[in-house]
Design a protein around this ligand. Structure first.
Ligand code: ADP
Length: 161
């Protein structure tokens, strides 16, 4: 069975990567769907986000990276993969994720949303926290892979954080 792991990944964190690795052990193929949302301002461009995911998943052989814009259900239909995985970090994620899953199910009844519980080590971790830390020169070691750390330093130097 193949599964889509959709998200903004602005940028990818060790929490995302833990989930990708665990999914790659359970599913035949993990299709990472990077959302290209022009309405939502991202620090990293779609190309940069994809490049960072590519470089940090090099060792996983059943991971594919795609970008999509518009509705996730349309992307899922287009690539003929009716399975989605989302991460749950804390109870606070639950309400939003449940709403999203039910809305997607209403629009595309064959679609299944699977939830994977975050590793406790990363349950506080988000792309926003990482950007906030990097903005004020906080230590992001252990929270993101080294290529993301360097990319964050570059953004900070350019005044883009
Ligand atoms: P979105 O903007 O769609 O929420 P994100 O890139 O923030 O995109 O997150 C993508 C998915 O990864 C979501 O399901 C989110 O709950 C999950 N996720 C984010 N951070 C972590 C983490 N630290 N551990 C596990 N899952 C996570």
């Amino acid at each position: 069975m193949n599964v889509i792991y959709p998200g903004s990944f602005d940028p990818v964190t060790n929490g995302h990567l833990d989930l990708i690795k665990r999914c790659s052990e359970k599913f035949d193929k993990v299709i990472i769907g990077v959302l290209n949302n022009i309405a939502k301002k991202s620090v990293f461009s779609i190309e940069e986000r994809i490049d960072l995911i590519e470089r940090s998943t090099e060792n996983l052989h059943n991971v594919e990276i795609n970008s999509f814009s518009g509705l996730l259900i349309d992307f899922a239909k287009e690539i003929e993969c009716p399975n989605i995985v989302r991460g749950l970090r804390a109870v606070s994620d639950f309400e939003y994720e449940m709403q999203l899953a039910l809305a997607n199910k209403k629009l595309y009844p064959d679609l299944e949303t699977l939830f994977m519980v975050s590793n406790t080590e990363y349950s506080f971790l988000s792309s926003s926290i990482v950007k906030e830390l990097a903005k004020f020169d906080g230590d992001v070691n252990g929270l993101v892979p080294k290529e993301v750390k360097f990319a964050l330093i570059k953004k900070k130097k350019a005044g883009d954080l």
